[in-house]
Design a protein around this ligand. Sequence first.
Ligand SMILES: *[C@@H]1O[C@H](CO)[C@@H](O)[C@H](O)[C@H]1NC(C)=O
Ligand SMILES: *[C@@H]1O[C@H](CO)[C@@H](O)[C@H](O)[C@H]1NC(C)=O
Ligand SMILES: *[C@@H]1O[C@H](CO)[C@@H](O)[C@H](O)[C@H]1NC(C)=O
Ligand SMILES: *[C@@H]1O[C@H](CO)[C@@H](O)[C@H](O)[C@H]1NC(C)=O
Length: 506
Amino acid sequence: MRFWGILSLATLAVAAPAAQGTVQAQEADINSNSGRAAAIIEAFRHSWTGYKTYAWGYDELLSVSNKGGNSRNGWGASIADALSTAILMRQRDVVHDCLQHLSSVDFTKTSTEVSLFETTIRYLGGLISAYDLLTGPYADLVSWHDKRLVKSLLTQAVVLADRLSFAFNTSTGIPYNNLNFSTNSSSDTTNGVATIGTLVLEWTRLSDLTGDPKYARLAQKAEGYLLDPHPSLGEPFPGMLGTDVDISTGQFRDSSGGWSGGTDSFYEYLLKMWIYDQSRYKNYLDRWVVAVESTIKNLLQTPEKGVTWVAEYSSANMIRKTEGHLTCFIGGNLILGGTLLGRKDIKQAGIDLTDGCRHAYSSTPSGLAPERWSWDPAGVPVKQSVFFIENGFYATSSGYYLRPEVVESYYHGYALTGDPKYQQWAWEAFLAINRTARTPSGFSSITDVMQENGGGQDDFQESFWFAEVLKYLYMIFEGGLAVGVKGGRNQWVFNTEAHPVRVKLV
Ligand SMILES: *[C@@H]1O[C@H](CO)[C@@H](O)[C@H](O)[C@H]1NC(C)=O
Ligand SMILES: *[C@@H]1O[C@H](CO)[C@@H](O)[C@H](O)[C@H]1NC(C)=O
Ligand SMILES: *[C@@H]1O[C@H](CO)[C@@H](O)[C@H](O)[C@H]1NC(C)=O
Ligand SMILES: *[C@@H]1O[C@H](CO)[C@@H](O)[C@H](O)[C@H]1NC(C)=O
């Protein structure tokens, strides 16, 4: 999950007594891959048990106060997000619980505003992915009389997409993002590059699964404005875009952007659409290559020996020396595309950028990267001047919100280079999270990675903790999964919420 939404719930950490998660497989050697995979499953079950006990059916567990939160329309976001991970981990009981719930949700009703983007990547992506997995290599996880629940995953995806479709009913076909289900309208006048450009994989897959082309048509029409941006201020560097697009004209409004929140997963999906169907989406790949070459030329910075960062921009001649945790998926994305295209320069840039994000983890007292940081010597806060001299960057926003992007890049690094250092780094990240973010009922975002204990817990367990962090960690240690990324032809592609989608077979 990318884009910039952060829910800041400022409740502080007073751990309430809670049921302990199932402790299992702790006997296995923690230095072996299978022992580490078992430890990740233990963390998953710990979170799941807390969610099931205190927040079942809610979108997420408030993991300190042991209550339910509804930040995603109350349809059970954690269930939609946990399912594909539970399938890969082969947790039959969890799979069964998820299927039961998802078949009974009424996706046509909600009392709160609906984000087209978040709903697409979490719910639609989760439903479609589980359908692909459970009608494919993981079909054995479902008993004969639960097969109808698998079918209902696709039915529910159709109900949801049909209900969301009015978002695209604008003069340009660029959708609104913030939807009001009681009026079927929106007050949006602009939409962003990430929220327009991170729909196309899910909506195209839905068309291919149902044989009804209307879903793909809607998302691809919107995407067209990003593949051919106007006016020129919307493309300050070749392939690298501004952020906001006017919904009524299709024209870009600004030149600011980069690989960070608000634009990020648009670039991710350019590559992934081509992986999804190389015969139909070569033009997406071409745009990805232009964007990446332009990034390497204009935005990569190496101020410290061995540390590579990627900068953001306000316009072509105003570069900002700042990066965030969200951006750290870029390493994995470049390693993936560079490998598939046989482009050593792109792959190496991905490796270097992943090293940079690892540096942001290994330098801090908690062992986790801050939400945002900078390497601009002009803005160093006095409190961090020593840290800056020693490490070459400083935090500008210091929470950690259970974000996945760094372990996502480690996963791609490990899968596509085989270098075991990525496994070691992933394990260190897991231990740091387990040490600072674990509560008696689950895991929680933390307030300050610049303190060894993480500064305190925020009482929020994001649904993407289940979908992304735990899945990428698990896959790093559990070889032989049917969905893994490969250097050659891939059978699966991960949506931005880490839900694996089956590629279109020709
Ligand atoms: C939807 O629109 C109605 C009518 O303008 C308004 O009363 C309501 O608060 C809106 N709902 C949301 C969730 O924004
Ligand atoms: C699209 O919007 C127009 C008004 O802007 C409305 O008349 C029409 O019914 C809408 N169509 C759908 C399918 O929502
Ligand atoms: C909104 O659309 C749904 C169908 O998608 C329909 O059932 C409902 O009546 C519509 N509401 C309004 C206010 O148009
Ligand atoms: C994670 O934390 C729990 C609770 O402190 C602990 O029991 C468990 O051993 C930890 N896992 C690892 C792999 O260190």
